[in-house]
Design a protein around this ligand. Structure first.
Ligand code: ADP
Ligand code: MG
Length: 285
């Protein structure tokens, strides 16, 4: 392709809100065989809402105290719920975020935690709570457990619905013969429920933030990979992929790591970027 053709391609795409950093990126997009998606904020809207609380009023109170210092999207959902319920919130002491698992801190002089079942491996979860957790996860809700002094006192379910265009975009990618994969730190059941809603072929769940790039490398064994993501923890996967596609709403580091940035955060623009690449590189040989 001539540089002029590339400029035309990228100039036109920029007007649609698809920013392409250079010609190599656009060319690589034409060779992609697999498109890998982060879940939260990429396939889903990234506006999680608390839907269910199992346990007494202490559950939300302690959860909110734990989450004050957290930057995780789940923390924002819990704090919004606490505010809506007029729960008084005071920041917990000794706050510690545990990557891909949750938060630990001291609340009212006692060790407390909130997070997934990887965080609580050493604690006993009652059969009742385990059943409720499984059921809520099957409804595509992320479940976090709340514990105080070695005892799990309840759980909170949080829902983050897919974006309106996610299912259409994934159908269009599959129609083009591409494989689609979801790569997420969330639980397998939740991830599978959302994947089914939007039609994703393959789910890789329970992935620790540091391991996303390794999964991209493994998928590259079957051909070039595009990775679509928005979070801090997506940056290594965005640079490892043959084509890194960042959401414009994403964190600065994700946007810097992407070769393509989707200003409108619309997954149909993944399809449009691949179509543009095909048009540009099949026309000029
Ligand atoms: P994602 O791929 O969805 O961005 P993360 O690696 O950020 O996933 O988090 C994975 C899981 O760790 C969450 O689904 C949740 O169960 C747990 N977790 C992480 N941070 C928190 C937090 N601040 N509060 C509660 N749970 C958390
Ligand atoms: Mg995300």
């Amino acid at each position: 392709a001539t540089p002029t053709a590339l400029m035309v391609g990228t100039g036109r795409s920029a007007k649609m809100g698809i920013l392409i950093k250079n010609g190599e990126v656009l060319e690589a997009a034409n060779r992609v065989k697999t498109v890998v998606f982060d879940k939260t904020g990429t396939i889903t809207a990234g506006h999680p809402q608390v839907t269910d609380i199992v346990g007494d009023t202490q559950v939300l109170q302690i959860a909110a105290n734990l989450e004050v210092a957290s930057e995780h999207p789940l923390a924002a959902a819990i704090l919004a719920k606490a505010q809506a319920e007029n729960v008084a919130v005071t920041a917990a002491k000794n706050f510690q975020a545990i990557e891909g698992k949750g938060v630990q801190a001291t609340v009212d002089g006692q060790p407390a935690f909130i997070g997934n079942d990887k965080l609580i491996a050493d604690y006993q979860l009652s059969a009742d709570l385990r059943d409720r957790m499984t059921q809520l996860q099957g409804e595509a809700k992320t479940v976090v457990l709340v514990g105080v002094a070695e005892r799990i006192i309840g759980l909170i379910a949080i829902q983050d619905a897919p974006k309106a265009s996610s299912a259409t975009a994934i159908a269009a990618l599959k129609h083009r013969g591409l494989r689609t994969v979801m790569l997420t730190g969330d639980n397998q059941r939740v991830a599978q429920a959302i994947a089914s809603e939007v039609g994703i072929d393959t789910v890789i769940a329970d992935v620790l933030p540091g391991d996303k790039a390794d999964h991209v490398k493994q998928l590259q064994a079957d051909g070039p990979v595009a990775f679509v993501g928005d979070g801090i923890n997506d940056a290594p996967a965005l640079t490892t992929a043959d084509v890194g596609i960042a959401m414009g709403s994403g964190t600065d580091i994700a946007i810097e790591s992407g070769g393509i940035v989707l200003v409108k955060n619309d997954l149909m623009d993944v399809v449009r970027a691949l179509e543009l690449s095909q048009k540009t590189f099949n026309r000029i040989k």
